[in-house]
Design a binder for this molecule. Structure first.
Ligand code: NAD
Length: 493
């Protein structure tokens, strides 16, 4: 809804939802989406939808989030176009049957893994990168030969409206449809049977999605969030670290699932970090960030109040920013020094432009702290000390890890993107998206000839046949005593 209660995007009538699903399921059953040339045409359409309407996407993203064009390009439109091109270029290879190694007994058979589409996919997007988080999963689903229902986030209605208008002009409506709406619409979709549900958003809603999917035994991919830490060791160049932290945190006003949520800094360099952050923020956004065209806004009043409340309750020291303006949904880039583990800012994911800094006596204390919490979506380490970096990597868990940078993992589409444990289930991007929406169907094609070879499998059984079977099935993989398990004693073998 707009501030004056005029709906910006028209919600799909709830009663239409089952019919929309029936339609795309009928298309899937017809086999239309199986052809690789059809899939490539659709991916071209998706690419062109972005490429030919960049201005409209700029306008819609500005209205929803005051998103600067460069952030739209880097975080959304550029990567969508790139993923489309990659999928089109590689589709023949990704979709071709994968040969596997076999035993002597299967030498003359055709044994492979088929990459079959899973069927009808539901993609539920969220609002912070509303184009990207709806369409990048769709690229994988289309490439893998599925039909798709897309549910844009109602919290970014201008983008939802634009995608709803454009999609039918570029993609085949028989195969790919949009359902708009809020919680009742998502709930109505979840009551129906899909073949895969791909959800991006909060863990709380993720649990609702997974529970609904479980009723139908529908597989899910859940792209969730969490508190992603950034370790700052004493040895690094603090000026560079400040810049790389600032771009990660204040891009999209901190409303990024992989933004560094908080900093764990080694005692002794915290004041220098604050000083360098001040310089950096002045350089990035000027003395009045509210007037900077490079700085976005909070998506809604609800999120604005949540963030301002977090700042009010903190026991830490606000050393940069802290000011906000409700009618502009503006919160200044803010640093809060000396937060303690029980601070209001250290409980839930911040998802806004507030960066708490926790000072620790050693990086080991930081590792212990991170390990006492849920596994985060991302983990950042700033240090030139390889031993320390490896120690932190070896002794923590997270969806992704980046050393001496922030956020870049998202743009490297050959890396799977996803969480672990409470930060998510499954991953996507590039080929991984194709795999996510494909079923790996183990396929054995034998001829009806050479029946004599088969007699070793048939009764009457004998010791001789066991010997033959051992040779035919397993002679290529001979057991190496103690090699795989050096700790095992001979007596156990
Ligand atoms: P959200 O989870 O509230 O909403 C996302 C979608 O869920 C919407 O389409 C909405 O209609 C639906 N939804 C909301 N409540 C529902 C309910 N009760 N029942 C059924 N459907 C419901 O979005 P949010 O929490 O504001 O998103 C922010 C979170 O998303 C953060 O935790 C962030 O880290 C995470 N996120 C993760 C990624 C990622 O790629 N891992 C990307 C962006 C955001």
């Amino acid at each position: 809804m707009a501030q004056n209660d005029i709906p910006i995007v028209e919600y799909t009538p709830l009663s239409d939802i089952p019919t929309i699903l029936q339609d795309v399921r009928a298309t899937f059953k017809s086999g239309l989406t199986k052809s690789l040339s059809y899939r490539k045409e659709q991916l071209k359409g998706l690419h062109n939808m972005i490429a030919e309407n960049e201005d409209l996407f700029r306008e819609a993203s500005f209205l929803d989030l005051r998103k600067p064009p460069q952030e739209l390009f880097l975080g959304e439109t550029g990567i969508i176009k790139h993923e489309c091109v990659e999928a089109i270029k590689n589709l023949d290879r990704w979709a071709s049957p994968e040969k596997v190694k076999v035993s002597l007994i299967n030498k003359f058979d055709d044994i492979h893994i088929r990459k079959d589409p899973v069927g009808v996919v539901l993609i539920i997007g969220t609002w912070n990168y509303p184009v990207n988080l709806l369409l990048i999963p769709a690229i994988g689903a289309i490439a893998a030969g599925n039909t798709v229902i897309l549910k844009p986030s109602e919290v970014s209605p201008h983008v939802a409206k634009l995608v709803t208008e454009l999609l039918p002009k570029y993609l085949d409506q028989r195969s790919y449809r949009i359902v708009n709406g809020a919680v009742p619409h998502t709930s109505a979709l979840l009551d129906l049977k899909f073949d895969h549900i791909f959800y991006t958003g909060s863990g709380n809603v993720g649990k609702i999605i997974m529970a609904a999917a479980a009723k139908q035994l529908t597989p899910v991919t859940l792209e969730l969030g969490g508190k992603s830490p950034a370790f700052v060791a004493k040895d690094g160049n603090i000026n560079t670290i400040a810049r790389r932290l600032a771009i990660g945190k204040f891009f999209n006003s901190g409303q990024t699932c992989i933004a560094p949520d908080y900093v764990i800094v080694e005692r002794g360099v915290e004041n220098e970090l604050v000083k360098e952050m001040k310089k950096t923020l002045l350089e990035f956004y000027g003395a009045a960030p509210q007037t900077s065209p490079s700085y976005g806004r909070i998506v809604s009043k609800g999120h604005f109040h949540r963030l301002v409340q977090g700042l009010k309750n903190t026991q830490g020291e606000v050393v940069i920013g802290g000011d906000s303006q409700e009618d502009d949904l503006f919160i200044a880039p803010t640093l809060v020094l000396n937060v303690k583990p029980d601070d209001s800012l250290m409980q839930d994911e911040i998802f806004g432009p507030i960066l708490p800094i926790m000072v620790v006596d050693s990086m080991e204390d930081g590792v212990d702290y991170v390990n006492s919490k849920d596994q985060p979506l991302a983990l950042y380490i700033f240090s030139g000390n390889k031993k320390l970096v490896n120690h932190i990597l070896d002794n923590t868990r997270s969806g992704s890890a980046v050393v001496n940078e922030t956020m870049v993992q998202f743009t490297i589409t050959t890396l799977p993107f996803g969480g672990t444990g409470p930060s998510g289930i499954g991953s996507y991007h590039g080929k991984k998206s194709f795999d996510t929406f494909s079923h790996e169907r183990s396929t054995v094609i034998k001829s009806l000839g050479m029946e004599r070879f088969n007699t070793v499998r048939y009764p009457p059984y004998s010791e001789k046949k066991i010997g033959w079977l051992d040779w035919l099935l397993y002679s290529k993989v001979k057991y190496a005593p103690n090699a795989a398990n050096p700790g095992a004693s001979k007596a156990n073998l």
